[in-house]
Ligand binder design. Structure first.
Ligand SMILES: Cc1cc2nc3c(=O)[nH]c(=O)nc-3n(C[C@H](O)[C@H](O)[C@H](O)COP(=O)(O)OP(=O)(O)OC[C@H]3O[C@@H](n4cnc5c(N)ncnc54)[C@H](O)[C@@H]3O)c2cc1C
Length: 431
C-alpha cells in the first residue's frame, strides 16, 4: 500500500473523519448485504450457501447431460432446505413473517440471484416452482390458498415432492398471451367446456418450464366459444385422465437443467373446485403473475451476470500473460470495471422494483429488460476477456452466455416487456 492509497490516506484522519468514511475492505456482495435488514441478510447468506454446496458442483455436468439429468434429488434438497415452500409462512411453509409484512417479492429476488449466480438452469429448476404456485395466491381465494398452498408447501418441505409449473404459452400464442393488444386477437387452442360439476379441457401448451416433472400445473384456458378475456385458471394434476406430457425436453440452448415441455390435454375433466379464483378472471391473474414474476427474471439475469463476472475475476487472478497476471493489465481492469458497474446497476433496478410492497408492471418489466440485456452483455465481455478458454465448456462462460440469452425471451420477450412498461405509464406520464 502506498502513502497515496485511499485506505492509507483515510488512516491519517481524525477519529470523526475516519468514522465518516466507508473504507471497509470487503467485497461488493458484503457491502450490498450490509444494506439489508437482518432477516434478509440471513436469507441471502442461506441462499448463497445452498447454491455453492448443492448446485455449483454439478452445474457443468448437468448442462452437458441434457435430457438425462434426474432433477428430483436436487429438488428434494431444495425442498428440505425450505426453498420450495416460501409462499406460505412457517411452520408449514418457510416464509418469514418479516418478508410477508415488508416486500412480498424481495426474498424471491435474493434467492434467484444466488441460485443463478452458480447455475442458470438449476436456478430455474428450483425457482420455477414459485411461478407455478403464484396463481394460487394471486387469484385471491383465501380458502383455496390455504388448502392448496399448505398441501404443496408441506409436501415439498417434509414429504413427497410437489413441484409446480405455470402454463400460458400455446403453439400459436406466445407474446399474444402476455400483451393486452395481442390478446384481443390471439389464436388460442386450449378451451374449457362447462359440464356438470366442472369443465372438460382440450388443447395444448408448449415450452412449459418444468412441465415434464410438475405434479400440479396452473394452466390457463378460454371458455369454449370465447376469447382470451374469458381465460380461467385451472389447477391441473398430472395424474388426471387425458393429461399427458407431449414433446418432453426441448433441446434448449441454455438453462438446460429445467425441461421445457409440451402439455397435451385430451378431454381432461377438471372439477369446479379446481378453478382458481373466479371463472373468467384468468387474464387478470395471468397479467398479475407476470407483474410479479418479471422481477424474478430480472434477478435470474442478475445472478447469471454476477456468475460470469465472478468467473472472469477468478480467471484473471489465476492466469498470466507474459509473466504478469491478467488482472494486472489496465485494459483488463477497465473491462472488469464496466462489468462490475453493469452488475451493480442491474442489482439496483432489480432491488428497487422488488422494494414496493406490491410490485407493479412498469417497474418489473423495466427491470427485466435492463437486467437481461445486462446479463448478455456481461457474459459476452467475460468471453472477450477469457477468449478460447471461455469458448469451451470448462469455465462456464459459454454456458453463462447461453443461459443469459433465454432471460431476454421468456416471461415475455424484451420487446413485449418494453410495451408493458409503456402501457403501464401511459395514462400517468405519457399521454
Ligand atoms: C426455454 C423456455 C421456457 C419457457 N417457459 C415457459 C413457461 O414456463 N410457461 C409458459 O407459459 N411459457 C413459457 N415460455 C414461453 C415464452 O414466454 C414465450 O416463448 C415468449 O413469450 C415468446 O413467445 P413466442 O416464442 O411465441 O414469440 P412470438 O410471440 O412469436 O414473437 C416473435 C417475435 O415477435 C416479437 N413481437 C411479438 N409481439 C410484438 C409486438 N406487439 N411488438 C413488437 N414485437 C413483437 C417478439 O418480441 C419476438 O421477437 C418459455 C419459452 C422458452 C423458450
Amino acid at each position: 500500500m502506498t502513502k497515496t492509497d485511499f485506505r492509507y490516506a483515510v488512516s491519517t484522519l481524525k477519529p470523526l473523519g475516519r468514522w465518516l468514511v466507508n473504507a471497509d475492505n470487503i467485497s461488493t456482495w458484503e457491502h450490498d448485504t450490509r444494506t439489508l435488514p437482518l432477516p434478509y441478510r440471513r436469507l441471502r447468506n442461506k441462499y448463497r450457501t445452498f447454491a455453492r454446496e448443492h448446485l455449483g458442483p454439478i452445474a457443468l455436468e448437468v448442462d452437458r447431460d441434457i435430457g438425462h439429468f434426474d432433477p428430483l434429488p436436487v429438488l428434494r434438497k431444495a425442498g428440505r432446505a425450505g426453498l420450495l415452500s416460501e409462499f406460505m409462512v412457517k411452520p408449514i411453509g418457510s416464509a418469514s413473517f418479516y418478508g410477508l409484512f415488508h416486500n412480498i417479492t424481495f426474498p424471491a429476488v435474493l434467492k434467484a440471484e444466488e441460485l443463478t449466480s452458480v447455475c442458470g438452469g438449476l436456478g430455474l429448476l428450483i425457482l420455477d416452482h414459485d411461478l407455478g404456485v403464484a396463481p394460487i395466491m394471486l387469484s385471491g381465494d383465501v380458502f383455496q390458498y390455504l388448502k392448496w398452498m399448505s398441501k404443496i408447501a408441506y409436501a415439498n418441505k417434509y414429504g413427497e415432492m410437489c413441484p409446480t409449473a405455470f402454463a400460458i404459452t400455446e403453439p400459436s400464442a406466445g407474446s399474444d398471451v402476455e400483451d393486452s393488444a395481442g390478446a384481443s386477437s390471439a389464436r388460442l387452442m386450449t378451451y374449457a367446456e362447462p359440464v356438470d360439476g366442472g369443465y372438460v379441457i382440450n388443447g395444448r401448451k408448449v415450452f412449459i418450464s418444468n412441465g415434464g416433472i410438475a405434479k400440479y400445473v396452473t394452466l390457463f384456458a378460454a371458455i369454449k366459444g370465447e376469447g382470451a378475456e374469458s381465460w380461467t385458471c385451472f389447477l391441473i394434476d398430472r395424474d388426471m385422465k387425458g393429461f399427458s406430457v407431449g414433446r418432453h425436453v426441448e433441446k434448449k440452448m441454455g438453462q438446460r437443467a429445467s425441461d421445457a415441455s409440451e402439455l397435451v390435454l385430451e378431454d381432461v375433466f377438471v372439477p369446479a373446485s379446481r378453478v382458481l379464483g373466479r371463472v373468467r378472471s384468468g387474464w387478470a391473474v395471468n397479467r398479475n403473475v407476470l407483474a410479479y414474476s418479471r422481477v424474478g427474471v430480472a434477478a435470474i439475469s442478475l445472478g447469471i451476470a454476477r456468475g460470469a463476472l465472478e468467473k472472469t475475476i477468478d480467471f484473471c487472478k489465476t492466469h498470466s500473460l507474459a509473466g504478469k497476471r491478467l488482472m494486472d493489465y489496465q485494459d483488463i481492469q477497465l473491462t472488469v470495471a464496466d462489468m462490475m458497474v453493469d452488475v451493480a446497476a442491474a442489482r439496483g433496478i432489480t432491488w428497487q422494483a422488488a422494494r414496493s410492497f406490491i410490485p407493479y408492471q412498469g417497474a418489473t418489466a423495466g427491470a427485466k429488460v435492463f437486467a437481461s440485456d445486462t446479463a448478455y452483455r456481461v457474459s459476452n465481455s467475460a468471453m472477450e476477456i477469457i477468449g478460447d478458454y471461455g469458448y469451451v465448456n470448462e469455465y462456464g462462460i459459454e454456458k453463462a452466455l447461453r443461459d443469459a440469452r433465454l432471460t431476454q425471451i421468456y416471461e415475455g420477450t424484451n420487446q413485449v416487456n418494453r410495451l408493458a412498461l409503456i402501457e403501464w405509464q401511459l395514462d400517468s406520464e405519457l399521454s
